[in-house]
Ligand binder design. Structure first.
Ligand code: ATR
Length: 304
């Protein structure tokens, strides 16, 4: 089986499943995608549940998400996970988007149902579970700073924070303009939340971060070799909780820098696990894949 499939492989069942026993019926789509650890944990859950299907990596370029969904639908796929950079593009490509995903502002999983593709979001609830798992605290009790809040994952995480009732949220993005629509949406969701939107280069960023409890990298920065941490060193202090949605390399540049400062750190592996298990349960209602997926991930290497 190839490490990565492309749209060219989605022309027919004969091509897609050549030489395979089980048909490919689930996928993770993104760009890049070769690093994704989703197949290890999703395939383990499929095998444990006795479902005769393969879960594959599918490389899809920006602008081609609609075509990817159409081809998967035609070939009888059950669903797909969606990763960087498609979590916003896929929203427009689905026939329907769950109300919760609309509230979170992004889609990270799709279900191919009779006559329609349904987008939903498990990043938000997966993130909340990951924070509880890793740090033993409720997300809603923390003052949170989200870096990369302009991306699909960042928007969902920020919305999850206000839905959980955080008293203070700082959203940070390299491109400040991308934050304004998000800021209005968040304010409407939680008028009582003290919300600040800052550019990555704002002189007030460091001081603002020092007043927070939890700093999160929701961007893909750190995933590519040689990339520095997205969080300036002056933003970190001992005692901070620091969560990086990226989890490869281990440790990521951000987590290495944060640990050296005396922060408590956790990588996105736990969010990958929880968002994946929640998606699996939507595709296969009544299933309980968490323990199998956790064990499979512990033995796997890979990135976001
Ligand atoms: P997705 O929507 O799937 O999460 P994305 O659209 O690529 O992925 O979003 C990635 C996020 O990472 C964005 O917040 C992006 O910032 P911009 O809105 O300014 O583009 C952020 N990001 C990506 N590369 C970055 C970099 N080198 N420095 C800072 N932020 C970066």
């Amino acid at each position: 089986m190839p490490e990565v499939y492309t749209l060219n492989d989605l022309v027919s069942r004969e091509v897609l499943d050549a030489g395979e026993v089980k048909p490919a019926r689930l996928a993770v789509i993104g760009w890049p995608i070769a690093h994704s650890a989703s197949p290890q944990m999703q395939q383990a859950a499929l095998d444990a549940a006795g479902i005769p299907a393969r879960y594959v990596r599918l490389e899809v370029a920006r602008g081609r998400v609609g075509e990817a969904l159409a081809r998967m639908g035609e070939l009888g796929f059950i669903g797909c996970n969606v990763t960087v950079p498609h979590k916003l593009e896929v929203m427009a490509a689905c026939d329907v988007v769950d109300a919760a995903a609309q509230g979170l502002g992004a889609v990270n999983a799709v279900s191919f149902e009779a006559e329609r593709t349904r987008g939903f979001n498990t990043d938000g609830p997966g993130f909340e579970r990951a924070i509880a798992d890793e740090f033993g605290v409720a997300l809603g009790a923390l003052k949170v700073v989200v870096f990369g809040a302009g991306g699909g994952a960042g928007q969902a995480l920020a919305a999850q924070c206000v839905m959980q009732g955080v008293a203070r949220l700082v959203i940070v993005n390299r491109t400040l303009d991308k934050l304004w629509p998000l800021a209005s949406r968040l304010q409407a969701l939680a008028p009582g939340c003290e919300l600040t939107a800052l550019s990555l280069h704002d002189p007030a960023l460091a001081e603002t971060c020092l007043g927070g409890d939890l700093l999160v990298n929701a961007s893909s920065v750190g995933l590519h070799p040689g990339e520095p941490s997205i969080v300036p060193a002056a933003c970190l202090r001992a005692g901070h909780l620091v969560y990086d949605c990226v989890y490869q390399p281990t440790p990521t540049p951000l987590l290495e820098q944060a640990a050296a400062r005396g922060c408590r750190t956790a990588s996105g592996r736990s969010m990958l696990l929880h968002q994946g298990a929640l998606a699996f349960q939507q595709w296969f209602p009544g299933s309980a894949p968490l323990a199998v997926m956790r064990a499979a991930l512990a033995g796997a290497s890979g990135g976001r």
